[in-house]
Design a protein around this ligand. Sequence first.
Ligand code: UDP
Length: 336
Amino acid sequence: MTTWLVAGGAGYIGAHVVRSLQAAGAQPVVLDDLSTGDPLRVGVPLIKGDIADTELVVDTLRRYQVAGVIQLAADKQVEQSMRQPLTYYRRNVVNLLQLLTAMQEVGVAKLVFSSSAAVYGMIEGDDVRESDETAPINPYGETKLIGEWLIQDQARAAGLRYAALRYFNVVGAGSSELADHGRTNLVPMVLDAMRRKARPVIFGDDHPTPDGTCVRDYIHVSDLADAHVAAIGALAQPGASHVLNVGCGRGYSVREVIDMVAQVSGHPLDPIVGDRRPGDPASVVANTDLISATLGWRARHDLRDMVRSAWEAELRTASLPSPAPSPDASGSTSEG
Ligand code: UDP
């Protein structure tokens, strides 16, 4: 059985990657500083520590005879990155450099890197391709793009094989204990508003999109996790390296997402339309031809599955209001 080190495996996405690896018959070992991660959701050997601690990483790679590394140990909040750029450059770039140094020392030459659609910046449209221009507009996106460059250069120089996965909007939960504890993305914010008995806020409905609200490509976290396993398979080929979008390849508007939460939960929602959020492109949808051709992977879950899994996880972990009987609530049960 091959062993893979999942750096950041106690986080929301990392914990799902651990489950997908196990399902595929691989042996995950987690390295996580637990800055935002939760040790209770790991379920496999967990080393508490920093990817910047070269000695610890070298020792871990040797001790577990690690075949490759999945690197998700990074900070990911756009707004925070604008206030604390030094922290983001240190944790997302310098620490990655340290991790690559340790991998080189041991001769571990396979890496799956968690990148982001944030590398594209203000790109607009329903067909964002990997070959499109990268022009990030915040430190978070910049650190992800610099990470890709660093890895690419190391691949050229030292024979590293890598897959950089550019995540689009990740939603949902594979099970309730693996739910997203963050409160900065659309679906968690809508659920949070419901818990507070407040109205969700739409950041602008005057965008140039069909219903005026922003359109994004949402991807179920379990599908995303499976893409990591597919990427590992592709790295078996010598010299293979890939930069790949991971999304559904279709867009949903903010209003469609909120409507889906209302349908799935059986709670009517009456969103407030607020101002546009600075730096939000109107529409960003992945072209997923490359990942399906390269890895034979495609998303299996649609928006309803994503929202339903997030809602069910919330029901188990939070004190949400119980579903109100409502004449139009059939959507919440018909496909359960
Ligand atoms: N959004 C919104 N209300 C919220 C949170 C997000 O209208 O409470 C919108 C946001 O403007 C964007 C979309 O939902 O168009 C997705 O935002 P998120 O922060 O989840 O991801 P992003 O696409 O910005 O990375």
